[in-house]
Write a protein that binds this ligand. Structure first.
Ligand code: SAM
Length: 288
C-alpha cells in the first residue's frame, strides 16, 4: 500500500484540500511530526484515523517500521506540523526507504510557506532558490550567505523570529542592499508583507520587531524586476484615500501603514518626509 505525503494548512484551516481530507480519513495510519498537534487538525475535521509519531529524532527506526507495515498492507499518510512534509520538515528518510522497498509514494499537494511568500512578494518568480533555514551559527550562516552572493534567482529563506535580525544584518552586509520582502504569519489573521530592501527591513525591524512565523524573500544578484514597478509614494497613497473626505488622514495613515507593514509612527514619519513637513509632534503623539 502507498505512502502519501499530505500537505496541511500553514495557518488557515480552510487551506486543506478535499483530497487531503479523504486520504487522511482513508489511510490506515497517519505518521505525524507531533501527534498532539495533528490530532487538533484531525478533530477539527472529524477524522479518527490512528496516529503515530515520525519526527527528526526517530526518523530512521520509524521509517523502517512504517515500510514494514506498508509492505504488510497498511497505507500511511505522512504529515508535518504545517505545510508540506519534506520542506524543512522530516520526510526524506521514509520516502527513500519506501522507494527502496518498491512502495509507491504519492504526493498530496497543498500549502507550503515558501510558495505563498514567493508568489506574493513581488520579486521574480520565474526562477528561485529555496534555501530553507540558514545555519544558526554565525560563521556557518555567513559562509552560506557568501555562497548565495552571485545567485541570480530569487532567494527564499525560512527564519525564526529570534534570529531574523541577525539574518537581515548579515544578508545586508554580504549580499548588499537588495530588494527584499518579509512575509509574516501567512494565511493567518495578522498576515503581513514588509516590502522594501534589506536596509528598509532593518529599519522596520528597529521600529517594530516582527513576530510569528516568517519567510524572507531576497532579490537575486542583478535579477530584480522591482525597478520595473513604479513606487507609489506613501504620502500619495494617504492623500488619495483622504481625497473624497470619507476617510480622515489618521485613518488613512493607519490603513497605509498596515498595507506596507509599517508601524503607524514610521508611516507618519515617511509621510512628513515626503511632504517635507517638519515633525513638531512630541514622542507620544503621532496624530497628524
Ligand atoms: N513544511 C513547512 C512548509 O511547507 O512551509 C515548513 C516547516 S518549517 C519547520 C517552519 C518554517 O516555515 C517557519 O519557521 C517559517 O519560516 C515558515 N512558515 C511556516 N508557516 C508559516 C506561515 N504561516 N507564515 C510564514 N512562514 C511560515
Amino acid at each position: 500500500m502507498p505512502l502519501y505525503l499530505v500537505a496541511t494548512p500553514i495557518g488557515n484551516l480552510e487551506d486543506i484540500t478535499l483530497r487531503a481530507l479523504r486520504v487522511l480519513r482513508e489511510s490506515s495510519l497517519i505518521a505525524c511530526e507531533d501527534t498532539r498537534h495533528t490530532r487538533l487538525l484531525l478533530n477539527h475535521f472529524g477524522i479518527a484515523t490512528p496516529t503515530i509519531s515520525y519526527h527528526e529524532h526517530n526518523e530512521r527506526t520509524r521509517a523502517t517500521e512504517l515500510v514494514e507495515r506498508m509492505l504488510g498492507g497498511a497505507s500511511v499518510a505522512l504529515v508535518s506540523d504545517a505545510g508540506t512534509p519534506g520542506i524543512s520538515d522530516p520526510a526524506y528518510r521514509i520516502v527513500q526507504a519506501a522507494l527502496g522497498a518498491g512502495i509507491r509514494v504519492i504526493p498530496i499537494p497543498g500549502p507550503t510557506a515558501l510558495v505563498a511568500a514567493l508568489v506574493a512578494a513581488g520579486l521574480p518568480t520565474d526562477s528561485f532558490l529555496f534555501v530553507g533555514f540558514l545555519p544558526p551559527r554565525k560563521m556557518a550562516r555567513r559562509a552560506r550567505l557568501e555562497e548565495l552572493r552571485e545567485v541570480r534567482p530569487t532567494i527564499v529563506l525560512y527564519e525564526a523570529p529570534h534570529r531574523i535580525r541577525e539574518t537581515i544584518d548579515d544578508a545586508l552586509e554580504i549580499l548588499g542592499d537588495r530588494p527584499a520582502v518579509l512575509a509574516r504569519e501567512l494565511t493567518k489573521l495578522h498576515e503581513q508583507f514588509r516590502r522594501g530592501t534589506l536596509a528598509r527591513l532593518r529599519q522596520m525591524h528597529e521600529a517594530e520587531p516582527p513576530r510569528g512565523e516568517m519567510v524572507l524573500v531576497i532579490g537575486g544578484h542583478d535579477g530584480s524586476l522591482m525597478d520595473d514597478i513604479p513606487a507609489i509614494p506613501l504620502a500619495d497613497e494617504v492623500d488619495r484615500l483622504t481625497a473624497d473626505g470619507s476617510v480622515g488622514r489618521n485613518e488613512a495613515l493607519k490603513q497605509v501603514a498596515r498595507r506596507r507593514g509599517l508601524a503607524r509612527r514610521e508611516a507618519y514619519r515617511i509621510y512628513l518626509e515626503e511632504r517635507m513637513i517638519a515633525d513638531d509632534t512630541n514622542e507620544d503623539d503621532c496624530t497628524p
